[in-house]
Design a protein around this ligand. Structure first.
Ligand code: PEP
Length: 251
């Protein structure tokens, strides 16, 4: 199973800046990316197509959108559909990122609809879940992960090949704060997710990759990647510069 190293660029980089970073990453990775790694970049919607084209057809880089709306087309101002993302040359989408849950106030139900609609529409999905500090301190880690995961995966299309659905565990208190979750916190949460996945999707559970995200940097990437049930990383801040992201990819 290949480890996924994903870059969430959030609302950063215009099209020119995105292409410059793609070019730098391509120069570093096109002949050196290890066989056991996959790299996925999530630029803003508006620079997605230019980023895909800049990388070119033979690129080792894959691309995705940071969000999707669960409808084929219609009167949904400001939104984009799975087919528009595919048309831009991207194969992946993020759902349920904590900034969408907490800033845009997206509920579990909508995250679930987005996840199933995107998968049914041909996109691969990285579905994000994670607890706030308040929830963790109230002893609600298991309940929060269980609720988010079961609702996110409530209506998965079948059959579904396991490599098309990836879960990202991102404790909200570790995102963009510089606070990485401790080794024990990560191992505990990933074990809970693996166990919950057994009930929700059954036999293919060990092929479902679970990524960790939250203040990953070149200095801690290798240690986190070596932890049990960690099948890759979702990186925000440290993915914005090609050299720092490449160090994480090659960690
Ligand atoms: C993220 O946005 O998914 C993330 C993990 O951000 P950061 O690496 O900056 O904490």
């Amino acid at each position: 199973m290949k480890k996924i190293i994903a870059a969430n660029w959030k609302m950063n980089k215009n099209s020119k800046e995105a292409q410059e970073t793609i070019q730098e990453l391509s120069n570093i990775l096109n002949n050196t990316l290890p066989e056991d790694r996959e790299v996925i970049i999530f630029p803003s919607f508006i620079s997605l197509e230019a980023s895909v084209q800049c990388a070119g057809k033979q690129s080792v880089l894959q691309f995705g959108a940071q969000d999707v709306y669960p409808a084929k087309d219609g009167a949904f101002t400001g939104e984009i559909s799975p087919s528009m993302i595919l048309d831009a040359g991207a194969k992946w989408v993020l759902t349920g990122h904590s900034e969408r849950r907490h800033i845009i106030k997206e509920e579990n139900t909508l995250v679930g609809q987005k996840t199933s609609f995107a998968l049914a529409g041909g996109l691969n999905v990285i579905a994000c879940i994670g607890e706030t500090l308040e929830q963790r301190e109230a002893g609600r880690l298991y309940d929060v992960l269980s609720e988010q995961l079961s609702q996110t995966l409530a209506k998965l299309p079948t059959p579904l090949s396991p490599e098309r659905l990836v879960i990202a565990y991102e404790p909200v208190w570790a995102i963009g704060t510089g606070k990485t979750a401790g080794t024990e916190d990560i191992v505990e949460a990933h074990a809970i997710i693996r166990e919950l996945l057994k009930d929700i999707i059954g036999t293919s559970v060990f092929q479902t990759r679970i990524l960790y995200g939250g203040s990953v940097k070149p200095e801690n990437a290798n240690a986190i990647l070596g932890l049990k049930n960690v099948d890759g990383l979702l990186v925000g801040g440290a993915s914005l510069k090609a050299d720092s992201f490449a160090k994480i990819i090659l960690a």
